[in-house]
Each structure stands twice: as structure tokens, then as C-alpha cells.
Design a protein around this ligand. Sequence first.
Ligand code: AKG
Ligand code: FE2
Length: 316
Amino acid sequence: MPTQMTIPTIDLSPFFIPGDESGQKKAKESIAEACAQYGFFQIVNHGIPLDLMKQAIEFSKMYFNYPDEVKQECGSKEGAPLPNGYYKYPEELPDKREFLLMFPPQSPFNSLPNDPPHYRETLDEMFKYFVKTGHILEGIINDCLGFPPNFLKEYNDDRSWDFLMACRYPPASNTENNGISGHEDGNLFTMVLQEDTGGLEVLKDGDWIPLIPSEGTLGVNLGDVIQVLSNKKFKSVTHRVVRPKVRSRHSYVFFYNLQGEKWVEPLPNFTKEIGEKPKYKGFYYKDYQNLRKIEPTTHSSSAPQESFNIQHFEIC
Ligand SMILES: O=C(O)CCC(=O)C(=O)O
Ligand SMILES: [Fe+2]
């Protein structure tokens, strides 16, 4: 791997300082470049308190150490847009992880543990902060793509399909280290908090670039919805998790999503207004999410024979 390849880190503090137009402009330019080049970037000073993130990781460490029977008490609820609650990948799959998936606090579909005490409150807090940071990123991506002000905010105005996953990956063995195989996320974008073990990697020109963990830093990857809306100007990046050997790996993964009834297709400013043909057929987001749901998780990698991704809608 070429050593000079590192994923850019962008300081979001100008977005918390009213009137810091030049700071915001600079940050937007860096994000636009990272999105076009990698489909991935890192953020610091993003508004999520460091103590909260540390607490959330500590609670996860306690929770995932409980016996499976205890964790399985948080089962998926009927009618939810995705399987939620606790889930552990079956042994026979190459991907190795377990997770706890929640929708927004107060969602009737949530199935969350009572123990360790205050874990729920911490998860709720994490969720609320991720949404706030998500709003900022959505505005930035909107402007980077040259959409009219607030276009994405108005298009994506229902936060009920967002979800947060607390994940644990077991340590790698001597013979295999697969956490999640290479995949793309189906949503707008995803924010990832990984603890200091590292393990997240991004594919760029055939090389896997590891995301070096750094305290307080979040990774952000673009998903398929942005790739389709922008007619592939911004890429939905392929990424994977490689399990470290030293110990289990914990992460928090927030999927800034789209409501299922929304229609997704390449937008005119990337197609007819510039004389380009659309690269994708349009679809309802819920149909895409359902097709991906054939598998136990949020993306299409665990069992290659079942894999389903955005290429399905590509116009050749
Ligand atoms: O756990 C992580 O660091 C990333 C997981 C991921 O890519 C996913 O769940 O889609
Ligand atoms: Fe992912």
C-alpha cells in the first residue's frame, strides 16, 4: 500500500461558530475533495462530547460480555424497517460480529437492554448527538454537490429510519481475521466511532487503506443514496472491518438514512442539465432496503451468493 495514502481529517468547529464563513468554506472544500477522491473522510470537533463516546464504549464492553442468552432477550420487533435489537452472525458466515441495533429514542421498535444500568440513556444521548452532527454533514454535502440551499434537508426530512449499531467483533484467530467483508452502505452516509484497536479499512484504487484510530475522531463514509442522486459524482465507498488480534473490537456505527417512501434517482443537475445520461434507474428507498435485507444485516457482503447492491439499478 502506498504509505502517503491517508484519509483526510476535517475540523468541523467552524460550523459551531456563527458567521465563520471562511472557516466553513475551507472545510467544505476539503470535504468535497475527499468525497470525490475517496468517498470517505474523518471529522474532529464534530459536537459529540468525548466523555459520552468513551462512556458508550465502556458500556458496550460490559454489555457484550454478558452471556448470549441475556443479550438475546433484546429480540427484533415485528414491523420494524430492519431487524433490530441484538444480533449475532451465525458461525458459518465469514463475517464475525454481534451488534445491538436501535432506531431513534422513543421508537416503538426499539428493543434495548436494561443492563448495564444507564446504557440505554447513553445510547439515546449518542443517537441524539449523531443526528445533530448528521444535520451538519448533510448541509455540507448538499453544498458540496451544488444543490439549492437546504435541498437535502427538505428531501430527507424524516429521521425515523436512522439507526445506530453498537458492534463488537471478536479478536482475530491465527487463521482468519474477517470482521465484515468489503461492502458499500445503502444509506446517505455513515458515521463510525471505532475504539483504539482500529480495524476499519477503505478501498482506494485497489488498495485497502486502514483508518488509523485517533481519540475523538469519527470516520464518515458516503452511501449509495448520495452516489445515485449525484449520478456517481460522489462515490459510495467500499470498506471492510479487519479484526485485530489483541482483543475484541468495539464500534458505534450511525446510519444517516432515508425514509422508505422516498424516490431515489440521479438528479437533473447531474444529468440532463449537463448533458449526461443517468447511470441508475430510479427506485423507492424501501424497496432497495428490503432487497438488501435478504441478508441478516445492513449491507450485502456476508454471503456472496446472496449479495445485492446498487449495481442492480445501474443502467449499462
Ligand atoms: O464497525 C465498523 O467500524 C464499521 C461497520 C460497517 O461498515 C457497517 O456496519 O456497515
Ligand atoms: Fe459499512
